[in-house]
Ligand binder design. Sequence first.
Ligand code: PMP
Length: 366
Amino acid sequence: NLALKSPEPRPGILDIAAYVPGRERAPGVAKVHKLSSNETPLGASPRAIEAFQRTAFNLERYPDGQARVLKEAIAAVHGLNPANILCGNGSDELLGLLCHTYLGPGDEGIVTEHGFLVYKIQITAAGGTPVTVREADARVDVDAILAAVTERTKIVFIANPANPTGTYIPVDEVRRLHARLSAGVLLVLDAAYAEYVRRNDYEAGIELVSSNCNVVMTRTFSKIHGLAGLRIGWMYAPRQVVEAVDRVRGPFNLNAPAIAAGAAIRDQAFLAAAVEHNLVWLARVSEALTAIGLRITPSVTNFVLIHFPETGAKSAEEADAFLTGRGFILRAVSAYGFPNALRMTIGSQEANEGVIAALTEFMGRK
Ligand code: PMP
């Protein structure tokens, strides 16, 4: 009834800009390559699919509220204690649970200029205030974060590697950041893209979590594991953090098919092939796009940020329309502070070659 008014949401809720997922459709185009959500082109492991299918015969049962087999599989693969693991309905859910557990009205959460939007949304939803700090050269800037810390700071979020830039900061920088934060500030290392990184000076954060009480690392099955549709995330955290967040978590936050499929993480051959495919195509796409005059932010992930010329009729918006017309759906990233760039997920050979050809034409290089 439009004549009556619904109750007012809590202060701050209506300031939140709802998260807008990557587009899926290109109107009028039969064959679409969706390169807008950093999903893998290789699908899920056949073992995960089999495990998923088997759960169809027990759907009348609630899932295991502790997701035990999943935690055990994750713990075994990463050499961790299952008691330090908490699973979520995607890592998105865990990011929210962390905010709701550690933040309230009057508290501040630090995020970076081009950081993943869910941090800000969840800090605000928990009643806290997001404090945004600048980045240096599309990379997390540790000094800028440290300068923004106040006595009200409760949580600091960094994605390492970061989305949508694809950049990372070396483990020494993360250690330096942690060393200067007080024990009362929770440092969240979002390592959604960790598996793709092949650098000697990178660490997802396992070591830092193991040896401290105020560091948490979040991970996901949505990217390299190819299970975005099942929504599986996990965090590795100190016992006290796991036990606190567990009180806030919904009783059956992971569904049974997700728990079963996720436990197939032990299929390491599948992962190795996915890493290899990405390494080859990340390099080829980055080189080809640079060769046609586009600037690429050097990426260590499964996506690249493509910057379009500041002048002339070759804007990101025009490129987006041009690509969409040919069935290639990339991600506009103006909400992340890049009004003239598009983020492209590394896809199949066909998709990657198709985007390179289309952008070559768009840039008038053909
Ligand atoms: N963190 C980052 C940096 C991401 O890019 C994403 C995926 N968009 C997520 C977290 C959330 O992943 P999921 O909820 O699918 O685990």
